[in-house]
Design a protein around this ligand. Structure first.
Ligand SMILES: [Zn+2]
Length: 339
């Protein structure tokens, strides 16, 4: 009874949710509070467009209590009390403004095409910070590349009323195993991909590790933008293949197959939402458009005529190991794109 009363009196009840929003905030078993769908949300639909309470144009290391107090003091008088509704893990008041900001802020800065941040801009978001994490999420805040003024989340699959809405707190978790993800999260996630020793979790780890390797073969660097040099646990075990990836000498037929295999793996993993499909689809459409050798062109066309990614992959495997007249031009192009 006391727990129930606490929930009814909770400060999060006073957070201003837009009247047309398809979710409510309430306690989430074992995870503090979370956002839950109040009606069916279709794949691709906007869940929430939120503007920050305030923003700070500084790197994290320079965001001190003094900086935050100055930003807070500039808030309109009716917005100031909102900051004090925030709770650490939905229970205790934060020890400092720094701590509150660190736990409730999102990066809003622009990035270049490789994902490197171009400047610093962090915003404090009262509502999106209430959404829990999942490594098999049903929603996403897509990366736009440019500086943003609002944080916008979308459903990545159909969400039923009562279902918790969660997104992944890290963009590269599709390429990280359970153990790697938990090390970064600093909490134990219990999503489908994290339930220990289940068939799905074991498959999930294999698929995500393979996806990371495929990415390496396609762009010649690891998730951190660097060449991998870990002899104890190499991502690519064949040194010749690794070298070919790093010098962009992966043949066109292999690039086409790697692109299709990546799409197929992520689809099986439940991660191939429309945003990711558009971005990674280029790793299939670009090689497809570059084939010059007529026999390769014919197989590639037949592959692309199949109705799903696995079907396209199965046909494309016929190309494995085949050279193409465009291979040299492809190496030059990818080297130029990487630089
Ligand atoms: Zn998880």
């Amino acid at each position: 009874m006391r727990r129930r009363t606490m929930a009814l009196d909770h400060p999060y009840r006073r957070l201003p949710i837009p009247s047309n929003a398809p979710f409510e905030l309430k306690p989430s078993s074992g995870r503090g509070w979370g956002a839950f769908a109040t009606r069916r949300i279709e794949r691709g639909a906007l869940i929430l467009s939120e503007e920050p309470l305030f923003t700070i144009r500084k790197p994290h290391s320079e965001i001190t209590n003094e900086v935050l107090v100055r930003a807070f003091q500039k808030l309109p008088v009716n917005r100031k009390p909102l900051f004090f509704l925030l709770r650490d893990n939905a229970s205790e008041a934060f020890r400092s403004m720094e701590h509150a900001f660190a736990e409730n802020s999102f990066n809003m800065a622009s990035e270049d095409h490789t994902g490197q941040q171009l400047d610093y801009l962090h915003g404090l978001f009262l509502l999106h910070s209430r959404f829990n994490h999942s490594c098999s999420p049903n929603s996403k805040i897509p990366i736009t590349g440019g500086e943003i003024t609002h944080l916008r989340s979308f459903a990545t699959r159909d969400i039923v009323p009562g279902e918790e809405i969660a997104f992944s707190y890290a963009a590269d978790f599709g390429c990280r195993t359970r153990e790697e993800r938990h090390r970064e999260l600093r909490f134990v996630c219990n999503c489908d991909a994290c339930q220990p020793r289940t068939p799905f979790q074991k498959l999930s780890d294999m698929r995500r590790r393979l996806a990371r390797g495929l990415q390496y073969l396609q762009i010649g660097v690891d998730l951190d933008g660097q060449r991998q040099d870990a002899p104890d646990r190499p991502l690519i075990t064949d040194p010749q293949l690794k070298r070919a990836a790093e010098t962009f000498r992966i043949p066109l037929s292999s690039r086409f197959i790697y692109g299709l295999l990546m799409m197929s793996l992520l689809e099986q993993e439940g991660l191939l939402d429309d945003f990711l499909a558009e971005r990674l689809g280029r790793n299939v459409s670009v090689p497809f458009a570059m084939f010059e050798t007529e026999s390769n062109v014919q197989v590639a066309k037949l592959a692309m005529a199949q109705h799903d990614w696995l079907g396209r992959l199965c046909v494309a495997f016929q190309l494995y190991g085949r050279a193409d007249a465009a291979d040299q031009a492809v190496a030059t192009l990818f080297r130029a794109l990487s630089g």
